[in-house]
Design a protein around this ligand. Structure first.
Ligand code: ATP
Ligand code: MG
Ligand code: MG
Ligand code: MG
Length: 439
């Protein structure tokens, strides 16, 4: 992408409405635009990051055995009357009437709808286990939308739903998601800690919230410091291996970790003081096992090996991609701007042509731009006719992990500078060596 052809409306001033750094930086870099309270447009720079976050989530969901589909945002109230949640859900649910005066709603979650999909087709235990997920917009009329897309009213959720014949089967489904979540957050450059959680209006009895530690987090959390050093399940993880996944789950639940709603003062006090962590955190994911709550209410039954009908055991598993983007920024920025992990960077490399219009600078910039593009790297060429200082500030602000600085003096010697955004280290390299360094 050439910056002269891109749409990246950088703001010169810090937006006054932004209370936390991620919100400020997302507005300043032109990643998002507020359309009304808690409702956002994802501008091109933000969309690139969001797409990469979704791609990682999708890869890890697929790897764990989950299967993607896409359910609609609008749902019929009838489904929710069947489960009994239509009245229970309260004011967070946006209720809509269509022209036939039918009661509709903008889905805040999809347990009812997926249960309906399931019961329409699956009749035998032989078709289990099954885990279906989608990445779709949700609407919750939050009483206090704030911090940009961290707590918005319209937001994206990856929500997966598992179906099993037995409680043991459902536990394996839960452990699959548990391991997939650990892998997902690590690939996003985050350390998320699974904490025992309240099951809230979704109900059930086994649940973990995945929490990123951050001063600006809305949750108060308590855990053991050991979580900061636990190993993440590797690429070789076998998601069919029941015992292997149980071992991972047991390891990651072997220490105290709870949000304030589930906090047990006495248990926490039993941890030696130097090993306690009391902090604030951001909920980026949440997994639930809720047994037959919806399958009983909505008649999602399969024939078992015994020839009898059994209500299926279910779980649901959410991740918030539009919350993860600001969460990554909260975890990775400095006074000059964002520092993206390479895995989700909108651009992995920014080429700064310090003197656009100068033949030698243009030729070198184009050569590097073409070579990196050919290697499949997401590269932004700053070919605008602007002061070098402005270009450096923009590159730092938008946070690409690497900058290639092409200036008239070094180019005359056949060289360019490569700057690491995170460490600030600069290396002078020949053009070929710079390309080799970045691919
Ligand atoms: P919170 O406690 O922050 O209100 P929740 O517990 O109501 O979240 P869940 O029902 O567990 O949310 O939804 C799954 C995931 O969806 C959350 O872990 C979070 O990542 C994301 N999410 C929930 N509400 C919002 C929101 N208003 N804006 C952005 N993401 C959200
Ligand atoms: Mg909520
Ligand atoms: Mg919550
Ligand atoms: Mg939750």
């Amino acid at each position: 992408m050439r910056l002269s052809r891109f749409f990246m409306p950088i703001l010169k001033e810090n937006p006054k409405e932004a209370e936390i750094v991620s919100h400020r930086l997302m507005l300043r870099t032109g990643m998002i635009k507020q359309q009304s309270a808690g409702i956002y447009t994802w501008l091109p720079l933000g969309k690139r990051v969001l797409d990469k976050v979704n791609a990682i989530i999708r890869e890890e969901q697929n790897r764990s055995g989950a299967i993607e589909l896409l359910m609609p945002t609008l749902q019929s109230a009838e489904l929710w009357q069947e489960s009994g949640r239509y009245d229970a859900y309260g004011k967070e649910m946006l209720r809509i009437k269509d022209r036939q005066d039918r009661a509709m709603l903008y889905g805040p979650t999809n347990e009812e709808m997926i249960t309906d999909v399931f019961r329409s087709y699956v009749k035998s235990y032989k078709d289990l286990p099954l885990n279906l997920y989608h990445i779709q917009l949700k609407f919750r009329d939050e009483i206090r939308p704030r911090f940009g897309t961290m707590r918005s009213r319209e937001f994206l959720m990856k929500d997966a739903y598992s179906f099993d014949l037995t409680r043991e089967g459902a536990e394996h489904a839960y452990n699959r998601m548990f391991a997939a979540y650990l892998r997902t957050f690590t690939r996003l450059g985050l350390r998320a800690i699974p904490m025992r959680a309240d099951t809230g209006p979704i109900g059930g009895n086994l649940s973990h919230e995945f929490i990123i530690l951050a001063d600006t987090g809305e949750s108060e959390v308590f855990c053991h410091k050991d979580f900061l050093g636990f190993d993440i399940p590797g690429i070789e993880t076998d998601f069919e291996d029941v015992a292997g996944l149980k071992t991972i789950f047991e390891k990651w639940t072997s220490r105290y970790a709870a949000t304030s709603e589930m906090h047990d003062e006495a248990a926490f006090a039993a941890i030696p003081e130097g090993e306690r962590l009391s902090a604030r955190g951001i909920e980026v994911g949440h997994i639930f096992y809720f047994g037959t709550k919806y399958s009983e209410a909505m008649g999602a039954k399969v024939q078992g090996p015994d020839g009898k009908e059994h209500a299926v055991h279910m779980g649901s598993y959410g991740i918030g991609p539009t919350r993860l983007v600001p969460a990554i920024i909260e975890a990775s920025h400095d006074e000059n701007g964002i520092i993206w992990p390479r895995s989700v960077a909108p651009f992995e490399v920014v080429i700064i042509n310090m003197k656009a219009g100068d033949a030698a600078c243009d030729t070198a910039s184009e050569q590097i731009y073409a070579a990196l593009g050919k290697a499949g790297i997401d590269v932004l060429l700053d070919d605008k006719d602007e002061r070098a200082g402005t270009k450096f500030a923009t590159a730092d602000l938008i946070g690409a992990p690497f900058q290639v600085i092409v200036g008239p003096r070094s180019v005359a010697a056949g060289e360019v500078e490569v700057k690491d955004r995170k460490t600030g280290e600069r290396e002078t390299l020949t053009i070929e060596a710079a390309i080799a360094r970045l691919v």
